[in-house]
Design a protein around this ligand. Structure first.
Ligand code: GDP
Ligand code: CA
Length: 339
């Protein structure tokens, strides 16, 4: 079976770890033939990518790679385990900006390898593949595009009220903790971006396409903004099943509500499903999982043409996350059999 997932950082990576665990367990038991020889392809968000002190940093790709490679700091959810920040202290002592970005010493190793390889002319997809040789994530991790297309946020200039300014997404998210009301998001360069090699095939050849509980606007939304990708999803032969990152009217972690608000979408599991829309009416989803606490919203989602199911969606540990992944695949296989 071929599973293709779109993923941002923390929410995507944690879900994928559970998915990989579930698939491995089922394959080991070899009870369920369907997962035999399962391949997982992950299309990663690169809209968060940024140049910091001359280094190319890809926060979401790295979160997926480190999480699946057991190199992540599990408490923080980003960056390396046993990290120190000596280099960052030195940069701060020099007074050079930006000082708000958490650049860890171990992490810098990854960014140096990536930057050197990019400067040598390799595309990001090849560089990511090379970095993954060390981490062995057990999935095929592909950036959404090899082209530079970075998310910016249009906000009211805090130093000059009444004037719009564009901040890099990372500055808005980390430095301002998404507290400056976003007017809109602009992905600079996205119109000219093309899907990285392997992305379109992964969508066309998939048996299941999954939206993990990643940010609908600045993670999944950014991937879907690569020209052609949303259409690939609309016409894919595989069912598309998503997992809500919103539980009981709030994001589980992070500030996705600020992103949804800027896009005029209510922070509820049902509103996010309606935002993606049903494939049967030109949208992107066939199925949507909401948390049991949101069970009352399943009729509304089904009225929109999306098959909805309420199951526990808190990724408290690996087993709970693997169970979520199992529900996702189960819903997909039911949808496939009724297609
Ligand atoms: P980011 O790029 O690091 O922000 O990560 P993602 O976009 O992949 O995921 C962020 C989303 O993950 C947030 O909107 C959270 O609400 C969601 N999330 C985090 N933990 C959980 C969880 O345990 N369950 C669910 N359903 N969503 C979660
Ligand atoms: Ca991200």
């Amino acid at each position: 079976m071929r599973i293709t997932a779109l993923a941002g950082g923390i929410g995507g990576a944690r879900f994928l770890r559970g998915l990989r665990h579930h698939v491995q367990r089922v394959t080991d038991d070899s009870v369920q033939r369907e997962t035999d020889g399962t391949e997982i392809t992950v299309i990663g968000n690169t809209g968060d990518d940024i140049w910091i002190h001359g280094l190319r940093v890809c926060p979401d790709l790295d979160t997926v790679m480190y999480t699946l490679g057991e190199g992540i700091d599990p408490e923080r959810g980003w960056g390396r385990l046993d990290e120190t920040f000596r280099a960052k202290e030195e940069l701060t002592a020099y007074g050079v900006e930006p000082t708000w970005f958490g650049l860890g010493d171990r992490d810098i190793g990854t960014h140096l390898v990536r930057t050197t390889s990019l400067n040598a002319g390799y595309p990001l997809s090849r560089v990511t593949e090379a970095l993954c040789e060390r981490w062995q994530p057990g999935v095929h991790l592909v950036p959404m595009t090899d082209d530079r297309a970075e998310t910016h946020v249009i906000v009211d200039d805090p130093d000059n009220p009444g004037t719009d300014i564009a901040l890099h997404f990372q500055e808005w998210w980390i430095r301002y903790r998404a507290s400056l009301p976003a007017r809109r998001f602009v992905i600079v360069g996205i119109e000219e971006a093309t899907p990285a090699p392997g992305v379109v095939d992964a969508l066309r050849n998939a048996d299941v396409i999954v939206f993990p509980p990643s940010n609908p606007i600045v993670s999944i939304g950014t991937i879907l903004a690569v020209p052609g990708l949303a259409d690939e999803l609309r016409t894919a032969k595989a069912p598309v099943v998503g997992v809500s990152p919103i539980i009981s009217g709030a994001p589980v972690r992070g500030m996705a509500d600020a992103c949804l608000r800027a896009s005029g979408i209510e922070t509820t599991a049902a509103a996010v499903a309606q935002h993606y829309g049903a494939r049967s009416s030109g949208g992107l989803l066939d199925g949507w999982l909401v948390d049991t606490s949101d069970a009352a919203s399943t009729p509304v989602i089904e009225e929109a043409g999306i098959t909805a199911r309420a199951v526990p969606l808190l990724m408290t540990d690996l087993d709970a996350t693997a169970a979520m992944a199992a529900e996702t695949l189960d819903l997909a296989s039911r949808l496939r059999s009724t297609q």
